[in-house]
Design a protein around this ligand. Structure first.
Ligand SMILES: Cc1cc2nc3c(=O)[nH]c(=O)nc-3n(C[C@H](O)[C@H](O)[C@H](O)COP(=O)(O)OP(=O)(O)OC[C@H]3O[C@@H](n4cnc5c(N)ncnc54)[C@H](O)[C@@H]3O)c2cc1C
Length: 362
């Protein structure tokens, strides 16, 4: 196939860009380093139970962006799953986010919605809540006490003065009925798209390569790590990584919900995921006598580890700017996605970024 554009990386961003390119009449070669497409949203089906296991940790699709919702619904339908997160602290279970249900149980009080704000404005109470539910969790997540972390990370924690225990505010939520992998397979299912897996793109001598082959001289839409592309010549961009421990258990239901956060610093993991709860519509999976759980352990990142969360500091922003300057010097190179942009994106924001991208040659 003659190629009009190359997409390096078949995660959410790359697959969306490839689809747009193909629908605009271009012939697209998609090159993916891993053995399969989907990036970090990829799932594997557990052979024994049929449970869809989120290989890189729980992924819940949620959005308030109509164009994104409309776009993904062209390819898959969602099951309407609404995400709720529980927190375990000192032997008790609470509903997150921080709202009336949690406050009442934690302090043993009853409050009207209009009283909750003033109740939590009390410094001792707000400190008690922060220490119980956020201090230990945040320290484990980032490997540093919350005081040392950018305040915006802490602000991400939603606070509500209602009994609404829906974790996300977005009206549109769910898990693809046919599984996440089908979203990527269908996005790439177009006569103008050719996909090659186990194919890492690299830059050498000013040209792009895959294995021993130079890539055709066309626009390259790259969603791999931007520092890797330039041989880490200014140093490594810092990340936090995660270690996952997956177990199949001989119980029908282990924790009664999809995610429980363990907020105490002494518990080494941050969350336990139980994947069957993402498909309440699937009676066979829900009633299976076994379940699959995954413990999530945050860890310091070193080169070679999977990069999960970018560490936003003045130094890392300056380093990113240097790499972006290098990227801007290469005509025909477009860098994007979470690894290229060194930025945390939810799935919908990755789709939005890809949908609003100016395609080269248009
Ligand atoms: C633990 C965790 C949980 C999350 N949970 C949610 C959630 O519940 N809901 C939500 O909306 N979002 C969630 N996200 C965010 C979501 O994972 C991202 O939005 C999404 O993965 C971004 O897609 P991407 O295409 O930018 O990157 P990726 O998914 O990382 O895809 C990039 C792809 O490029 C490939 N690649 C890299 N380098 C090269 C190269 N040189 N050549 C070829 N291929 C290459 C990689 O193998 C990968 O497949 C979560 C993120 C994390 C870290």
């Amino acid at each position: 196939m003659t190629v009009d554009a190359v997409v390096a990386g078949a995660g959410v961003w790359g697959c969306t860009v490839a689809r747009r390119l193909a629908e605009s009449g271009r012939r697209v070669l998609v090159l993916e380093r891993r053995h399969a497409v989907g990036g970090n949203v990829r799932c594997e089906t557990d052979a024994e139970t049929g449970i869809e296991v989120h290989t890189y940790g729980s992924h819940i699709f949620h959005t308030h962006i109509p164009e994104v919702w409309e776009f993904v619904n062209r390819f898959v339908k969602f099951n309407g799953y609404q995400h709720k997160v529980l927190a375990r602290y000192r032997g008790k279970t609470y509903f997150l986010p921080l709202g009336l249900a949690l406050i009442e149980k934690f302090f043993g009080v009853e409050l009207k919605p209009c009283e909750a704000d003033a109740f939590l404005r009390d410094e001792a109470r707000s400190k008690a809540v922060f220490d119980a539910f956020f201090r230990g969790y945040t320290s484990k997540q980032w490997g540093r006490p919350p005081e040392e972390i950018d305040p915006s990370i802490i602000k991400r924690v939603p606070v509500r003065t209602s009994y609404d225990v829906n974790y996300f505010n977005d009206y549109n939520q769910g898990i693809p009925l046919s599984g996440y992998n089908s979203l990527f397979e269908r996005l790439l299912d177009h006569p103008g798209i050719e996909v090659r897996c186990n194919a890492a793109v690299r830059l050498e001598g000013g040209a792009f390569w895959v294995g021993g082959d130079a890539l055709p001289c066309v626009p390259v839409y790259y969603s791999g790590p931007v520092d890797e592309l330039f041989g880490y010549r200014f140093g490594h961009l810092p990340w936090r990584t995660l270690r996952f421990e997956t177990e199949r258990l001989d119980v029908r239901d282990y924790q009664g919900t999809s995610v429980v956060n363990y907020t105490e610093a002494e518990v080494p993991y941050t969350r336990i995921h139980e994947f069957k709860h993402y498909h309440p519509e699937d009676a066979a999976v829900m009633n299976a006598p076994k379940t699959v759980i995954m413990r999530e352990y945050p860890a310091a990142w070193k080169p070679g580890d999977e990069p999960y969360y970018p560490i936003d500091t003045t130094e890392s922003r300056a380093l990113l700017a240097r790499y972006m300057e290098e990227a801007a010097k290469l005509p025909g190179l477009v860098v994007g996605g979470r690894l290229g942009g060194y930025k945390y994106y939810d799935i919908d924001k990755s789709v939005e970024a890809a949908l609003s991208l100016r395609l080269l040659g248009q």
